[in-house]
Design a protein around this ligand. Sequence first.
Ligand SMILES: Cc1ncc(C[n+]2csc(CCOP(=O)(O)OP(=O)(O)O)c2C)c(N)n1
Ligand SMILES: O=c1ccn([C@@H]2O[C@H](COP(=O)(O)O)[C@@H](O)[C@H]2O)c(=O)[nH]1
Length: 260
Amino acid sequence: MEDVFTPLDCLLPSGKQKICLLILNQPLDEDLFYVLWRKAAIRACADGGANRLYQLTAGNQESFVPDYISGDFDSIKPEVKAFYEEKKCRIIQTADQDLTDFTKCLAILLEEIKRYHLQVDTVVTLGGLAGRLDQTMASVETLFHAQKMTELPVLILQGSSLACLLKGGVWHQLRVDTGLEGEWCSLIPIGGPCLTVTTGLKWNLDHQVLQFGKLVSTSNTYEPHGADEGKKLVTVKSDQPLLLINKYKLELHGAFNTCA
Ligand SMILES: Cc1ncc(C[n+]2csc(CCOP(=O)(O)OP(=O)(O)O)c2C)c(N)n1
Ligand SMILES: O=c1ccn([C@@H]2O[C@H](COP(=O)(O)O)[C@@H](O)[C@H]2O)c(=O)[nH]1
């Protein structure tokens, strides 16, 4: 079975993927935010993610009201909660202290996609890869939950890195021809050893085992003159879920920041 996917399509203003957007409690990149917000079928904030949204959209906050804010609400500021409540944003308390606000917010999002039969190709998350290291590790763990909850790809973007967990046992064909690809990409075996085959990379893996303490494919890059140069395809197969991290470059210089 083959899974064809363009990881950076969501960042193209003219991209084809239909997305939903989840905002976590990390500084928001303005360009990323405005490109993604205008495309999203559902927009949600996890707890303090609402503070970040409120801050970024200062002066025009009523044009950027999310569909819901969920979480244990130990981070959202009272005035931010009151503002969005007044604007009819749904406030959903998720008190469970065994799952992160990110995981719980994602679970709600996936239920809504199902309930309203929304045509969605990708769930895009802003934040989650910086700040507290335990939270960053938890973000990656959320991707494992996500694979049990949905067939949809769940992406996490922050600070020029896009992270996505590739399913095990499937050939992934990754198109890397958007023009937004940066100079490196990595394959990280998170849950245990990953028997891996790749094509289209500078350092390909030929049925090699990626494993912490053995071999981890960081600072890899796309093959400069491969046979698939025209299409720019990378293929990856691993017997276990494998974390893909891509560098992206988005230089819009605020070109989209007036569109709600
Ligand atoms: C074994 C175990 N360790 C730790 C916890 C605590 N814990 C895990 S997820 C979670 C909720 C974290 O909420 P989130 O808003 O994502 O992070 P916060 O900013 O509140 O730290 C908590 C308290 C637990 N329930 N079980
Ligand atoms: O340093 C951080 C802090 C938070 N996150 C993510 O945001 C959500 C919500 O965080 P709150 O602090 O509870 O508002 C959390 O579940 C993390 O996924 C982060 O990535 N890094």
